[in-house]
Structure formats: structure tokens, C-alpha cells
Design a protein around this ligand. Structure first.
Ligand code: MG
Length: 388
């Protein structure tokens, strides 16, 4: 069997490193054709020396000499730099079958659209792509006959539950949320939360931005919008339930009130593997669940009044147009402001709400209008996180 060849955008991040583990686990099925990182030249070189892909991209070109110096002397890959390098790596620089987009923030959008145009299947870990431009991305993928495979654990779970089902039989998508580190905190405690506290996720080991999003529940909000586009269901049929154990990764309720769920340990290798080997299920070395040891799986409603991110995201997803991109951009800037110690924790959603309220929505935007809305929202949010 021909190996499936992967390009990994965001190779040195948390998802990228898990993708490398999946490739290590399934060497007969998968191989790496290209790797891209933002600025971690040392780790990119280490990965590249191991997997020997034909092309590499380092977005931060000022680290080019460091990357060259660290590559093995007998290995001469094609080296690409900058945002254009990402696009080239996702398209013409390799003959990859699947492009895994795992770039933090919005930098994955253009490469993802370019990969679709080039007829490459997409595995999407960067939720910003579908939040900002879900309609555009899914329309382009359908036109090109390209698959968009979800890597986010919740969407991967729903994707698995939906397979082979008639969309007309689906009543609700039920996203599970861990509830984040502040699930049981009082409103007063939440108001005084520090970055160190917010970065401590109870069940998942993730990057900084997504850990803060998990504490505010903006992560779940973004995932609601992502689900709406990936699976083409209205926002009103996307629900959230808190499930502290992070074992049930999400569920689908059908019109007969039966529910299918996907369960596994909370390790991103599970959804990455499913996306990378789809439509096959492949034996691996990941640990199975031991239900007797797990003991219990709990569910509770989300605290929407104390974590306004969910309602803000629902409103953005229902309004559509440029509003989801605005929510996403304002949140990114507010999270940076919080991590830098410039704003208190609850200011994150206050900034997002303020920027959303001031935004003049563009319905059915093209990519240009989305990027303008994104830039304007960033500027507005940056003003809002300045100390008074
Ligand atoms: Mg997720």
C-alpha cells in the first residue's frame, strides 16, 4: 500500500508533535513530505533530520541560518521561508496527499485555501480557519472535491459518529467541554484568575492560546462555530455539555433520540490518526479505555452566565458574515493582553463583546472582507486592552 504523505504546518507545536508520534506509530501507513514551523528552528531541524521530508518552511526567515546550520550534512531539503513559503509547502513544493494545518491563530487560512485549490485533502486542527471563513473553505473544498477532515477532538468525534448517516436524520450535535480549570470556581475567584492559573488545564496538555480559550470557554465557542460549518447544521442545533473527564469527545443525537458518542483517552494522537488514515481504522499502540477504572463519566450544563464566551459565539455563529472572524480576532488580542498582564481575566470577554458590538457586519463576505474585518477587530481590541 502506498503510504499517505503528510505536510504538517505547525510541526513544532503541540498538535504537530502529536502528529509526529502518530507517524512513528504507523510507519507503514504514513510519511512526512513537508514540515513547517513558525520560529522554532532547533526543533524543526531535529524533526527534519529524523523524517527527512523533501521540503521545509520556517516562517520567520531571520532564523534561516540557524536552521541551515542544524540540518544534517547529508540532507539537503528545499528550504522555504515566510508566509509564501507556507503556501508553497502546502501546494507545489511536495506531492503530499494531506495537509495538516495546525498553526496557532489565523496564519493557516491562506495556506489552507491554497491547499484546497491545489486539490490536496485538508486535516484541520486550526479552528480559526473554519471560524473565520467556514463558508468559503467548505464551498471551495466541495467545488474541488477535496476532503476537510477535522482534527479538533470534538469535531473528529462528531465526524466519526456521523459517518454513513443521512444528514436528515441528525437532530443535534452535542459538543463536550471539560469546563476548563475554573469550572468550579466562584465568580469572584474567576475575576481574580492569573495567567498561571488559567494555563493549568485539568485534562488536556495544550498550547498557551488554546489553554486560555479553554479557561474562558471561548475554545468551545469557537468549536460551536466550527461545527456549524464543518457539518452544515444551523447554530441552533449545536449544543454544549460540560464533561469534566474529557473521555466522551462529543456526541450526535439523531431524530429517534438515539445518541452516538466517540470515546477515548484525551490524547490528540487519536483524532490525528483518524484524520490521517481515514477512511480506514488502523491498529495502533495507543491505550484502550478501561471503564471499570474510569468509574464514572459526569455531565453538567455549562455556566453560561459566568462564562459569556458561549453566548457570544452563538450570537456570532447565528449572525454569520464577518462576525465570527471579529469574535476570533478580538479574542486573540484580548488573550495576548491577559497573558501579558495588561487586563484581568473577565476583560477578555468584555473586550470581545465590545469589539463585536461596534462591528458593522458584512453578510456573505469574500476572503478580502473577512481579512479586513479581522484586521479592524484586532486594532479595536488592541485599543481596548491598553491600560486605562
Ligand atoms: Mg477541541
Amino acid at each position: 500500500m502506498r503510504k499517505r504523505r503528510l505536510v504538517v504546518l505547525g510541526a513544532t507545536g503541540s498538535i504537530g508533535q502529536s502528529a509526529a508520534k502518530v507517524v512513528d506509530d504507523l510507519p507503514d501507513r504514513l510519511e512526512i513530505a513537508g514540515l513547517a514551523a513558525h520560529r522554532n528552528a532547533a526543533l524543526l531541524a531535529e524533526q527534519a533530520n529524523k523524517y527527512r521530508p523533501e521540503a521545509l518552511c520556517l516562517v520567520d526567515g531571520t532564523k534561516a541560518d540557524e536552521l541551515r546550520a542544524r540540518l544534517a550534512p547529508d540532507y539537503r531539503p528545499r528550504l522555504l521561508f515566510g508566509e509564501d513559503g507556507l503556501i508553497e509547502l502546502a501546494t507545489s513544493a511536495t506531492d503530499a496527499d494531506l495537509v495538516l494545518v495546525a498553526i496557532v491563530g489565523t496564519g493557516g487560512l491562506r495556506p489552507a485555501l491554497a491547499a484546497i485549490e491545489a486539490g490536496r485533502d485538508l486535516a484541520v486542527a486550526s479552528k480559526e480557519i473554519l471560524v473565520m471563513a467556514g463558508e468559503t473553505v467548505m464551498r471551495a473544498a466541495a467545488a474541488k472535491g477535496v476532503k476537510v477532515l477535522p482534527v479538533d477532538s470534538e469535531h473528529n468525534a462528531i465526524f466519526q459518529c456521523l459517518e454513513g448517516r443521512d444528514p436528515a436524520t441528525v437532530r443535534r450535535l452535542i459538543l463536550t467541554a471539560s469546563g476548563g480549570p475554573f469550572r468550579l470556581w466562584t465568580v469572584a475567584q474567576i475575576a481574580a484568575a492569573t495567567p498561571a492559573q488559567a494555563l493549568k488545564h485539568p485534562t488536556w496538555d495544550m498550547g498557551q492560546k488554546i489553554s486560555i480559550d479553554s479557561a474562558t470557554l471561548f475554545n468551545k465557542g469557537l468549536e460551536m462555530i466550527e461545527a456549524r460549518w464543518l457539518f452544515d447544521v444551523p447554530m441552533s442545533r449545536v449544543d454544549v455539555v460540560v464533561h469534566p473527564q474529557s473521555i466522551v469527545h462529543s456526541m450526535v443525537e439523531f431524530i429517534d433520540s438515539s445518541v452516538l458518542a466517540q470515546l477515548s483517552h484525551s490524547d490528540m494522537c487519536f483524532p490525528i490518526q483518524y484524520a490521517a488514515t481515514w477512511p480506514d481504522r488502523v491498529a495502533n499502540r495507543l491505550p484502550p479505555l478501561d471503564f471499570a477504572r474510569l468509574g464514572k463519566l459526569e455531565f453538567e450544563p455549562p455556566r453560561t452566565a459566568d462564562f459569556p464566551a458561549l453566548d457570544l459565539a452563538r450570537a456570532a455563529g447565528e449572525a454569520g458574515g464577518t462576525l465570527p472572524a471579529v469574535l476570533n480576532a478580538a479574542n486573540e488580542v484580548a488573550v495576548e493582553g491577559f497573558l501579558a498582564g495588561r487586563i484581568p481575566f473577565p476583560r477578555i470577554w468584555e473586550v470581545v463583546e465590545q469589539v463585536m458590538t461596534a462591528h458593522r457586519l458584512v453578510a456573505a463576505p469574500d476572503l478580502g472582507a473577512i481579512l479586513v474585518a479581522d484586521a479592524e477587530a484586532r486594532a479595536a481590541a488592541a485599543r481596548a486592552v491598553q491600560p486605562e
